[in-house]
Design a protein around this ligand. Structure first.
Ligand SMILES: NC(=O)c1ccc[n+]([C@@H]2O[C@H](COP(=O)([O-])OP(=O)(O)OC[C@H]3O[C@@H](n4cnc5c(N)ncnc54)[C@H](OP(=O)(O)O)[C@@H]3O)[C@@H](O)[C@H]2O)c1
Length: 252
């Protein structure tokens, strides 16, 4: 199956990075023709849709209608795999006779990492679903959902969540620097700490890990008390609420 990528911005080129050299047959187009790391990107969306079986929509949500109107004949009865945030499956099926898989992703896909979720419209055969899953496996850790209504929660955890966690890591790095470490030392410590935390989470529940580290009377206990005083949980819940609200607004 040939993949046709439409929109060569951060997500489109990230997908090229993720699938290039991994046995996928793909072509790409964008608003302006260009080359990306040796891959030719045309400015002909119709040709991309015509010459591919699975069409990946990687343009901003406000450009999706324009693109779909342009390719609806060439895309007829093909698979649209859309990465555009917020737009429901119905948005695509109302415009064109297509099968749609809606994906919530993150920019980390360019390193074959990160997490997200996807929802299939009706009409997919099992072998078509497996082709889609094969592409998603190259992009990171994706979970299949049976309906779209919970996708805003996925946005809060993974799509936007990756920025919230990175913001916290950045605060750690800057604190290290302001207290005497070099930038390199501080970054090395936080990256190692994140990897350590992940390795432990693969075998132990997070709550258990915190308990193991925060022994009574120790240093961690003090820091955890400060996080409680600062209402970290409430702040993060508020971040979830606001992300979900905005994701739902965009989807309307
Ligand atoms: N960035 C993220 O972290 C992220 C995360 C999750 C989901 N998403 C979703 O992914 C989609 C793409 O986001 P992005 O960050 O990659 O945006 P982006 O960097 O702005 O890229 C969008 C690309 O679309 C191209 N484009 C615009 N109009 C077009 C048209 N009519 N035909 C073909 N190509 C066209 C532009 O091409 P030119 O450069 O040639 O003008 C631009 O490079 C969005 O819908 C967004 O909601 C993004």
């Amino acid at each position: 199956m040939r993949i046709g990528i439409i929109g060569a911005g951060k997500i489109g080129t990230g997908i090229i990075d993720a699938i290039k050299g991994k046995g996928f047959d793909f072509i790409a187009s964008s608003k302006t023709a260009k080359a990306y790391k040796g891959v030719f990107i045309s400015d002909d969306n119709k040709m991309t849709a015509e010459d591919s079986d699975i069409i990946l929509i990687c343009v901003k949500p406000d450009k999706a209608k324009e693109v779909l109107d342009e390719i609806k004949d060439e895309a007829k009865r093909k698979i649209i795999m859309t990465f555009a945030a917020g737009l429901p499956i119905k948005f695509y099926t109302d415009i064109a006779d297509v099968k749609v898989v809606r994906v919530m992703t993150t920019l980390a896909l360019r390193n074959n990492k990160g997490a997200g979720a996807y929802v299939f419209s009706s009409g997919f055969s099992e072998s078509e679903k497996n082709e889609v899953r094969r592409i998603l496996e190259a992009l990171g850790e994706y979970i299949e959902l049976s309906g779209e209504s919970i996708l805003p929660v996925v946005t809060a955890i993974s799509g936007s969540g990756i920025a919230y966690l990175t913001k916290i890591f950045d605060i750690f790095i800057k604190e290290g620097i302001s207290r005497g470490l070099t930038k390199e030392q501080s970054e090395k410590l936080i990256i190692g700490t994140i990897k350590g935390s992940l390795s432990m989470m693969e075998e132990t529940q997070p709550e258990q890990i915190v308990k193991q580290i925060a022994v009574p009377g120790g240093t961690t206990e003090q820091g955890l008390l400060a996080l409680e005083d600062g209402k970290l949980e409430e702040v993060l819940k508020d971040a979830f609420d606001r992300t979900i609200k905005r994701a739902e607004e965009i989807g309307q």
